[in-house]
Design a protein around this ligand. Structure first.
Ligand code: MG
Length: 368
């Protein structure tokens, strides 16, 4: 399976409504798609979705494109795509950091291998442990009225889990949002909060204590990514479970968080962890430390969503569901058939490779 060609396509797809988070209000997602072709004409795809520039982390679609084109593609051509682990190791040696770029390339390698063997990627990861993955919808709307209306409409469609993006507003406003949402959706729907690093230690404690009456499943990344001690301290001081997202990118991060204790859930994302192998390693650390996992997203198309889903189907500690809702929030998609949702869950994909087929004509509509 000799790699003959590696190409990057940059694209932008608007979201159906502005997505307001602590660090940015998202109007469109920027993508770097990777198209990898073997000498016998097999094509594999990868995707890195970036939230409107280097806002969530240091990487942007542009930096992903340059990193792959200049520092990965030239040596990858001519190599055997079957060696995902050795290629991953070499990529990590040649490119420091830049996990989104490395993840997009690794995704294409998995897609090629699955297609060559005629099996879904989850089979190569040990097989799927679940039929589908429960889906969380993120509420990040400017007006509180619109947010309640959106939650009600989603409940009517079968959604049972919501994540409320906080810390773009003062604490009192966020607490009032959660109160209104709890009142609107009733006691049986799951509510979670993601502060996206937006609070300092004292504000986080104040906010989480004020939110305790509304029975949240967990609070995600209350403080800055670098403040792991603060997050552990907060987790010990409150009754709501705390989840690490931006603080937990590499397996070294996961190990450090496990050693500090307190935090009980890790958010998994293929791109922040440089691919499927890095993410599965984090899931194993969670498992060995008695923690559980959730699958986050960067608002991927059906292609990137399929890759995240393959991992979510095979990673045993994923007991909190996922937020693989990208295709539902984006104005457009790039695959022939989109990923499928039913009864508040995303359904397993059992086709070869990542389980979706990229439609190059559709991709062209969004390409720069
Ligand atoms: Mg998050």
């Amino acid at each position: 399976m000799r790699i003959a060609d590696v190409r990057v396509i940059l694209a932008d797809i608007p979201v159906k409504r502005p997505h307001k988070m602590s660090f940015t209000t998202l109007e469109r997602v920027n993508f770097a798609f990777v198209r990898m072709e073997t000498s016998d004409g097999l094509v594999g795809w990868g995707e890195a979705a970036c939230l409107g520039g280097p806002t969530w982390s240091e990487e942007s679609a542009e930096s992903v494109g340059v990193t792959i084109e200049r520092y990965i593609a030239p040596w990858l051509v001519g190599r055997d795509a079957a060696g995902i682990e050795p290629l991953r190791q070499e990529m990590a040696r040649r490119v420091q950091g830049n996990p989104f770029a490395r993840a997009a390339v690794e995704m294409a390698l998995w897609d090629l291998n699955g297609k060559a063997l005629g099996v879904p990627v989850h089979r190569l990861l040990g097989g799927r442990v679940r039929e589908n993955v429960e889906l969380s919808w993120s509420l990040a709307v400017e007006s509180s009225e619109a947010e309640v209306a959106e939650a009600r409409a989603k409940v009517a469609l079968g959604h049972r889990i919501f994540k409320i993006k906080t810390a773009a507003h003062p604490v009192a406003h966020d607490v009032e949002r959660v109160r209104r949402l709890r009142e609107a959706v009733g006691p049986d729907v799951s509510l979670r909060v993601d502060a996206n690093q937006g609070w300092d230690r004292a504000t986080a404690l104040q906010a989480i204590r004020a939110l305790e009456p509304y029975r949240l499943d967990f609070v995600e990344q209350p403080v800055a990514r670098w403040d792991r001690e603060g997050m552990a301290e907060i987790a010990r001081a409150v009754t709501v479970p705390i989840m690490a997202d931006e603080s937990c990118c590499s397996l070294h991060d996961a190990l450090a968080i496990a050693r500090l204790g307190g935090v009980s859930i890790l958010a998994l994302k293929l791109t922040k962890s440089a691919g499927i192998l890095g993410t599965m390693a984090i899931a194993r650390i969670a498992e060995s430390a008695g923690m559980s996992c959730y699958v986050g997203c960067m608002i991927e198309t059906s292609l990137g969503t399929a890759a995240y889903l393959q991992m979510a189907l095979a990673a045993t500690p994923v007991t909190w569901g996922c937020e693989l809702f990208g295709p539902l929030l984006l104005e457009g998609d790039v695959t022939r058939t989109p990923v499928q949702y039913r009864d508040g869950a995303i359904l397993a994909l059992d086709g070869p490779g990542l389980g979706v087929e990229v439609d190059e004509a559709r991709l062209k509509e969004w390409a720069r």
